[in-house]
Design a protein around this ligand. Sequence first.
Ligand code: A2P
Length: 353
Amino acid sequence: MLIDLDRPAEAQSRAMPALPVVAIVGATGAVGVELLGCLEGRNFPVKSLRLLASARSAGKQMAFRGQQITIEELTEASFDGVDIALFSAGSGLSKKFAPIAVRAGAVVVDNSSAFRMEANVPLVVPEVNAGAMAAHQGVIANPNCVAAIATVALAPLNAAHRIKRLSMATYQAASGAGAAAMEELRLATAAALAGETYDHKVLPHPYAFNFFSHNAEMDPETGYNGEETKVVAETRRIMGLPDLPVGITCIRVPILRAHGMAISVEFDEVVSPEEARALLESAPGIRVVDDRARNHFPMPSEASGQEDVLVGRIRTDIGDPSGRTLALFVVGDQLLKGAAQNAVQIAEALLPR
Ligand code: A2P
């Protein structure tokens, strides 16, 4: 499908300024806060920063590079003069306001799932398919957090040996469901420790000391939920493997902000764990954490707040007697590589060289 972006001709030919005006839509959300942090931490050049959220937040202030910026209510006029708009306020708002931002001349980097499968919207993980960005028509989609983190680990392996099949199980943090779900995890855990009851409001099941099938909508026909469907479709698209068979089970675990995933990767030939480890060690955006002697492998506590994706437990999958399958355990910060950092990396690639 193609979305009608109606990008004005002058915006298409307009060069991105070296010092762009940047807007964050959903600045107060779990990802929005990290977008500010990534712009600051990665020294992104900014002429001015516009923070947009709902009327509830308008008038409040957030700090950026030592200055207080007043949050404005998102309206149709919010994008006048904006060069880059980073959206993270959910699909509905992206569908309504991203075309408005594009018509105003901005390039949109959208963290929602609204446009990820549109043919005229590149879906980008810069370490994997930065080249896809060139074809953008005003909107570039930032992938689902699991797809972003998994493809960073899978791409260097696939570049050396063609991947034929994936099977994965995820361990997903609260942050993927937004700031309110993170707060629910804190409150539910405190209540459980105090021996009090807690009525869950954000997620569909008790969250303290519990895990459950991902809360995305379940398709009763297939038995797969929306998160699983997204990860499969987006992993294929980012990796340029449209027919890749992918099996998946997504689980929500009581962790604040880093997703884990056990991945079984079948190649078209035998690949040794040693070779895979060497490929991963020299790949961008990856830190190999694979210490069998100390039983030290990727953990959310060590991935949280880190830009790199942690990869370990690299071993031959003994479930495939042919020897062509490797098993990996991958953990990445859902709010950083799974969201804000990837979006800011895309924005960096938009800047003039
Ligand atoms: P606000 O804090 O004013 O509600 P999260 O993904 O963590 O739940 O965050 C959602 C983000 O989307 C927040 O920044 C939130 O702002 C913003 N948002 C929600 N509804 C609207 C709206 N109607 N207009 C603009 N921003 C919105």
